[in-house]
Design a protein. Structure first.
Length: 295
């Protein structure tokens, strides 16, 4: 009986080994890039007459980088399913003479964003699949820049614009430097990070942390999260600012010199400097809040 069991186990291991070898040989022979197409398209416009940029994309990461020319350019590159390639287009049109509108691979082309066997193969190919939209802008002050994405990382680098508006359903937003009057960022799921900014600031996320550093405080600074912590750094020398920090489940801490603390508890802090005409408000349902001066 024992001899029969041992033989059955031995036979099972042999068959398993043969199966694994066969699967490895078959898998190695597969063309893991089959079913995918490469996208690489670019559009340009003279920057002199453009004061407004509007960018919409559904499933592409976004980055803004400096341009060393007098043109604004946008490129869409990456790999996606062959079935979607024909409908994934880059459209860039001038509207009202001063607005450049960019639509990068939006659902207007009826693209299917589901998961199939080709994408399963790509997990094992060692290659990167996905799309990237890169916008190159010269060093100039724009009137307005609007960026909207359904899914994907948004990295805006350093921008100058009277108004910068960013909206994302799923994806983190990163801004190195913002110079302008109003910065408005909202994401449903994703973190928000602003390394250096000025003017009025409105940062909002449903799920994700917020980290922001301000070079100067505008008239209104509002940071809010449903689920996520908030960290804000402000200049060490500020005048006429009021602070209102509140967390439903978490802690709130205000560490700013010369502030007159009017209310303080574990979850809420209020304070004022001067006449308090500039408003700084930070709220979160779940998470901690910390406001302190820059190092």
């Amino acid at each position: 009986m024992q001899r029969g069991v041992k033989f059955s186990l031995f036979l099972g291991f042999v068959l398993l080994a043969v199966g694994l070898v066969g699967a490895a040989v078959t898998f190695k022979s597969l063309d893991l890039t089959a079913g995918f197409s490469t996208v690489n398209v670019e559009k340009k416009v003279a920057a002199a007459g453009i004061d407004t940029i509007i960018l919409n994309t559904d499933t592409s990461s976004i980055s803004f980088v400096p341009s060393n020319t007098d043109e604004i350019s946008v490129s869409l590159s990456g790999k996606l399913r062959e079935a979607n390639a024909a409908n994934c287009t880059l459209e860039a049109t001038t509207e009202n003479a001063t607005t450049w509108r960019i639509d990068a691979c939006t659902r207007r082309g009826h693209i299917n964003f589901g998961f199939d066997i080709d994408e399963f193969k790509s997990l094992f190919s060692g290659q990167k699949f996905g799309l990237k939209t890169e916008v190159r802008v010269p060093d100039k002050l724009f009137k307005a820049i609007t960026v909207k994405s359904d899914t994907g990382l948004i990295d805006l680098g350093s921008l100058k614009s009277d108004k910068l508006t960013v909206t994302s359903d799923t994806g983190s937003v990163h801004i190195d430097h913002f110079e302008g009057k109003l910065l408005n960022v909202q994401t449903d799921t994703g973190s928000i990070r602003v390394d250096d900014a000025q003017g009025d600031i409105k940062l909002r996320t449903d799920t994700g942390p917020i980290d922001a550093v301000l070079a100067e405080i505008g008239n209104e600074v509002s940071l809010s999260a449903d689920t996520g912590s908030i960290r804000l750094k402000v200049p060490s020398k500020i005048n006429n600012v009021s602070f209102d920090l509140r967390s439903d489940v978490g802690s709130a801490r205000l560490n700013v010199p010369a502030v007159d603390v009017q209310e303080s508890s574990r979850t809420a802090v209020k304070g004022i400097i001067g006449d308090g005409s500039k408003k700084v408000k930070a709220t979160t349902d779940t998470g901690f809040i910390e406001v302190r001066t820059r190092d």
